[in-house]
Structures are given as C-alpha cells and as structure tokens.
Design a protein around this ligand. Structure first.
Ligand code: GDP
Length: 429
C-alpha cells in the first residue's frame, strides 16, 4: 500500500496537528521523519488536551504504531518525560518504536545551542535552544551518538568521551564555561535513560517496509514546514532538517515511489515567527485581526507571530518541491468578518512580474506582492461542517486558491475543535 505524507507549506504553525490527527485515523503506522522535540502539536480529545512534541500524533489511537524515524533527533530525557505524561493521562505508549539510527540530543547540545545564540546577539537565529541544530551538526560531522549506542554501554562511553574531548575545548576556551564530565554523563544516561528507552528501540526501516508490504496505510508526518526546510526554505532562518516531503524518504528509509499522496497544510493566511523575508506581511488593522482572532502567539515563547495575506507564489513553490497532491486549508474561520480578502498571485521585483518564487533571496526581500481582491463573508464559519453550508464568498475564495495553486483543496478548517472542518473536494477531482 503506498504511503501518505503530511507537510506544512508555509513557515509552520499551520495547524498541522488537527489535520494530521484527522488523516492519521485511517492509518496503521504514523512516522515522524525529521526534527526534534520542537514539533509542538496540541490535540484536544474528549476534553483532554495532549501536547505532543516528539511522539507522533498516532499514539492517541490504539490501532496505530507510532514511529520515530531515523531522521529525527531524540532527546531521550524529553522522550521519557513525554511518554510518562501521556501514560499518566491513560495513553498506552507500548506500541511506540524509535529508530536505532536516530541521533541523540544530549545536554551538551542544548548548552551549545544556548551559548551560540547568546553570542550571536541581535543576529541570533531564534532557535528553540533545545539542542536540535547542534545534534544535526554532529550528525553531519560524523561525531553524533545514535539511539542504538544506548544498547552498548562500552561504545556509548567511548563515543561520548571522544566527542566531549572536542566540545569541552569549546566550552572552556571559547565560552569560558566548565567542561562536561563524560563519565558522569555516561553514568547518568546509561542508568537513568538507556534501560527505559530500550523497549522502544527498533529497526524502523524494516518495520515501515513490512507494514507497506502487508497492505497497511503508512503516514509520514513532517514537523515544521516547507519554507523552514534547510535546503528549500529561506536560509538561514530555517530549521536544521528537511521537512519537505522528500525528507520522508531519507528520514524514514523509503524511496519516492512508496509515496502516493502528499497533503500540504496551509493556513488561509500566512504567519511567520522571527526574522526573514515575508512579502505579504501586514502591519495594519487586518494584521492585528489575524494575530488576535487567530491567536498567533508562540506556544512556548508567547511571541507575536508576523501576519500576512495568503501567498499563492509561495504555495506554487510548495506544490513543486513537495509534489503536493492536495491542499488542506486551516483557520478559514479567522477571516470571518473581513470585508475584503487579498491573495498574492505574483511578485513584482524591479518592475518584473514573477509567478514563481525568485531564486535569489535578495529578490524575495525586494518582492512587491501583486494582489487580487475577493469579497469576504460576514458570517461565522465555526459551526460549518458541510461544503453546502459555506457562504458563496468562502467557496469562491477556496476555489480561487485551488486555481492559483493548481491542486485541489480537500479539507478546510473552520475552528480549533476536532470536528470543525469541511470536506471541500476529493483529491484529483
Ligand atoms: P502546528 O504548529 O502546525 O502543528 O500547529 P498546531 O497543530 O499546534 O495548531 C495551532 C493552533 O491552531 C492550535 O491551537 C489549533 O487548535 C488551532 N487550529 C487548527 N486548525 C484550526 C482551524 O481551522 N481554525 C481555528 N480557529 N483554529 C485552528
């Protein structure tokens, strides 16, 4: 059975949690393929709120095997805490599987993240300081320590001693800090963590292929989003992994032909956290409306997100780099009550019109959006669950997005609740 990928198509915070949960229901295996404990989905099930950072959303269904793929970086302390919190709320985590090839985030990665951000001062990247970037850097430098190393204490100790030899020079000589003691850290990880993580460690590549061969539905769940992708995003204001759909291939160990359906999640407008180019950014009352009504504040930091109109140029690019087969539009209800809705259909750079994303980032900084205006709707969409209940203006807005972006809109979010969505059209129709 071919697999499905769910991917964010803007700068994150698209509301992937709810849509992923909706799609996950029909799956037997749900695999996270990149990122770390910065995913931050919040799901509300039967009145109980579940905050998932690392564990795939499928954990909430008894019929799903949740898998943390080899492309993820795993903080084992956070993993165990998250599992304990879920189990305290009655969620059975015994089906969870973690790839032995996934890399570990250890305390020195977090310390490095904090120190480098602090020393970058006003040029900081705005990372979540959870050690994710430094862990991926170690992976690329071939000095990372993998989940499977927890199973071999001698190897774990040897690798940790070697890597801390280098890191400690940086801590003491560059940052004037105390060194980290490799023996103390090895003792702590090998006694507190390794025995508790061991039951979850697996050959997840074989697990995924066995599932696909047996006809099971497999969902690959991307964290962050297309324009935060290390390669395809607005570098350097990006994450340190590959959220794009192709990341599922490397991060879970499948070839591109295993993937049939790629669902892109986009908000009905755009937000962005922190610095970086943003052509459709709004600094007016409409921007304030989107932030206030859409509650566009960082989950952990409380930081106000930058708001803007829907950008079809970005979305066309997301369609290309992910091979999107369909689009799910979230938070349409946040546009309720706005008189006029603007959609960016092209950019103008130095008087030249661009239908597709200009490759040079200086052009993106200089891009002036070309808008088409559509009428808004004066009604509240929060109780709309069927396409025929949508006001004509909302249907026209969604059909305009479909036409501009070139893929069908299949689902539309009309509120935060699990049941507040509309099935708008079928993929491929
Ligand atoms: P992620 O960062 O993309 O995973 O975003 P989340 O899944 O954490 O969603 C962000 C917030 O948007 C959550 O509080 C959701 O409840 C909320 N949300 C998701 N879809 C909708 C929607 O269609 N309408 C409204 N009003 N809120 C939504």
């Amino acid at each position: 059975m071919p697999a499905t990928v769910v991917v964010g198509t803007q700068w994150g915070d698209e509301g992937k949690g709810k849509l992923t949960d909706l799609i996950a229901k029909e799956m037997q295996v749900v695999v996270r393929y990149q990122g770390g404990h910065n995913a931050g989905h919040t799901l509300v099930v039967d009145g109980t709120s579940f905050a998932l950072q690392l564990v795939p959303s499928g954990v909430l269904y008894d019929h799903i095997t949740p898998v943390i793929g080899n492309g993820v970086v795993v903080d084992p302390f956070v993993l165990l805490d998250e599992v304990a919190t879920l189990e305290a709320k009655g969620v059975d985590c015994s089906r969870l599987r973690v790839s032995g090839n996934a890399h570990l985030i250890l305390p020195y990665h977090q310390e490095l993240d904090r120190l480098t951000e602090r020393y970058l001062g006003k040029n900081k990247l705005g990372t979540t300081k959870r050690g994710i970037g430094p862990a991926y850097a170690d992976k690329a430098m071939r000095v990372g320590i993998r989940v499977q190393d927890l199973l071999d204490p001698a190897i774990f100790r040897q690798k940790l001693t070697a890597v801390l030899g280098d890191k400690n020079k940086v801590f003491t000589r560059v940052y004037n800090r105390l060194p980290e003691d490799p023996d103390a850290l090895a003792d702590r990880v090998l006694t507190e963590v390794a025995p508790r993580v061991e039951p979850y460690i697996a050959d997840t590549v074989s697990l995924v292929h066995d599932a696909l061969e047996s006809g099971a539905h497999v969902l690959f769940e991307g964290a962050q989003a297309t324009f935060l992708d290390l390669d395809q995003g607005t570098y350097p204001y990006v994450t340190s992994s590959n959220p794009v759909a192709g990341g599922a291939c490397t991060g879970a160990g499948v070839g591109p032909r295993a993937i049939e359906r790629v669902v892109g999640i986009a908000k009905a407008y755009v937000t962005r956290v922190g610095a970086g180019p943003f052509p459709t950014e709004l600094f007016d009352d409409v921007g304030d409306h989107l932030v206030t009504v859409g509650r566009e504040f960082g989950t952990n930091t409380g930081r106000r997100r930058r708001p803007g109109w829907f950008d079809a140029v970005m979305l066309r690019h997301a369609v290309r780099v992910n091979s999107l087969s369909e689009l799910a539009i979230t938070k349409l209800d946040i546009l309720d009550g706005l008189d006029t809705l603007r959609v960016c259909v092209a950019y103008e750079v130095d008087g030249v019109r661009h239908e597709h994303l200009p490759y040079h980032q200086s052009d993106l900084h200089a891009a002036v959006p070309v808008y088409e205006d559509l009428p808004g709707w004066g009604v509240d969409l929060s109780s709309v669950t069927e396409r025929h209940q949508l006001p004509d203006e909302a249907v026209a807005y969604l059909e305009f997005l479909e036409e501009q972006v070139g893929v069908p809109v299949t689902f539309v979010g009309t509120g935060p609740g699990r049941d507040q969505y509309v099935h708008f059209s079928d993929a491929g129709s």
